[in-house]
Design a protein around this ligand. Structure first.
Ligand SMILES: *Cc1c(COP(=O)(O)O)cnc(C)c1O
Length: 393
């Protein structure tokens, strides 16, 4: 080993009068201060700087700045996963004795957090239909503190009455948190409509390459934001610098990917609707979608990058469809650069009883597609092959 390393002296990072164009990755866990006075000033908030990575680091702040810009937010927080952001939004604003209302088709883990974990902490929860504001209103109690909804639900792509629920929350002094993952800030900016909190699984279309697990939460009110930030630091929900760096890179192409994926999704939805063997297509921008009018008003007519559809038949038909489309990753995620396909009956909604799945219209032939950035023609051809295979199964 070289002599100069014997005393474990750290190397000096070279300086440059020219600056790097891409952000550096800063994995350092700790930051050394010149002396206790300097450290004191930093902790007192008189000097800016970092101390310990769990409490914050440059790559998280760079990414938070880009996400804030996208959502029209200030002071948003990046977390180690989308679920960390959901947890922060709920746990920072709820105490034992409080009540929370969730949308009845929330992301599986969010539902689990509200159904299993919050009640264990003395927080009661109930669930209601977010496409119908009167259903949410009926679930409110004097001790309700927060309502958690998703703009567009999984996997039936129902569009919540976001504006109505925000008005209701404001009238009743109840926080409204909107998980905007499926919609992205290009489809809707909940804070601009008056939501109290916006949440993202950055893992999905924002980061966009299925290689970073991250979340984001931002609040309109500074106290709410501060409570979430402290909770994230205390519970260690902090993201990894490398993941933040990957997601920063993804953010620079987010607009391009969003536009391509959304245009592809609209074309795929229409093409699927014409294919023999396809029973129904769910895409919010199509006139046959149950929330078409709301999507037109709320999402400026954009249907987003998610499409669901149903083919005739049972598990055999579903297997045949997936096997005939080897170029489309059959994986329970969304927002990748390439199209991915998921089968809710065996993945996200497998814990439901067949009757519960029936009530949601999730049959064995039901698929959810996260449309990617391939050429639309190639994509439609691949799905045509899959649907044909399901018909002969
Ligand atoms: C994926 C997802 C989450 C959870 O995000 P992770 O990054 O996987 O923890 C939360 N809400 C929605 C709507 C999601 O799609």
């Amino acid at each position: 080993m070289a002599d100069q390393n014997r005393g474990m002296r750290r190397a000096t990072f070279p300086t440059s009068v020219s600056r790097p164009v891409a952000s550096p990755i800063q994995p350092s866990v700790v930051y050394a201060s010149p002396d206790p006075d300097a450290l004191d000033r930093q902790y007192a908030g008189e000097a800016s700087g970092y101390t310990y990575a769990r409490e914050g680091h440059p790559n998280a702040d760079v990414l938070a700045g880009l996400l804030d810009q996208a959502e029209g937010a200030t002071g948003g927080i990046v977390t180690g996963s989308g679920m960390a952001a959901v947890s922060a939004a709920l746990l920072a604003n709820l105490s034992a004795g409080d009540h929370a209302v969730g949308a009845d088709q929330l992301y599986g883990r969010s539902l689990r957090l509200m159904k299993e974990d919050l009640p264990r902490l003395g927080i009661s929860t109930s669930f209601a239909d977010p496409t119908d504001v009167s259903s949410i209103a009926a679930a409110l109690r004097p001790e309700t503190r927060i309502i958690l909804i998703e703009t567009v639900s999984n996997p039936t792509l129902r569009v919540a009455d976001v504006e109505g629920i925000i008005r209701l929350g404001n009238d009743r002094g109840v926080l409204v948190a909107v998980d905007n993952t499926f919609t992205t800030p290009r489809g809707l900016q909940p804070l601009a409509l008056g939501a109290d909190i916006v949440i993202h699984s950055v893992t999905k279309l924002l980061a966009g390459h299925s290689d970073a697990t991250l979340g984001y939460a931002a609040a309109a009110d500074r106290d709410v934001a501060e409570r979430m930030s402290v909770l994230v630091q205390t519970m260690g929900l902090t993201p990894s610098p490398f993941d933040c760096w990957l997601a920063e890179r993804g953010m620079y192409t987010f607009d391009l990917r969003y536009e391509r994926a959304t245009a592809n999704a609209a074309r795929l939805a229409d093409a699927l609707a014409e294919m023999k063997g396809v029973e129904r297509v769910l895409y919010p921008a199509r006139p046959d979608h149950p929330d078409h009018n709301r999507a037109t008003a709320l999402l400026a007519g954009e249907g987003g990058h998610m499409v669901s559809f149903e083919v005739k038949g049972s598990r055999d038909a579903a297997n045949a469809l997936v096997r005939a489309m080897p170029d489309i990753a059959f994986a329970p995620t969304l927002g990748d650069i390439g199209t991915t396909l998921s089968h809710p009956a065996t993945s996200s909604h497998r814990a439901l009883t067949p009757e519960e799945r029936d009530a949601l219209g999730i049959s064995e032939g039901f698929f959810r597609v996260s449309v990617g950035c391939e050429s639309a023609e190639t994509l439609i051809e691949r799905f045509r092959r899959g649907v044909e295979a399901s018909r002969s199964a």
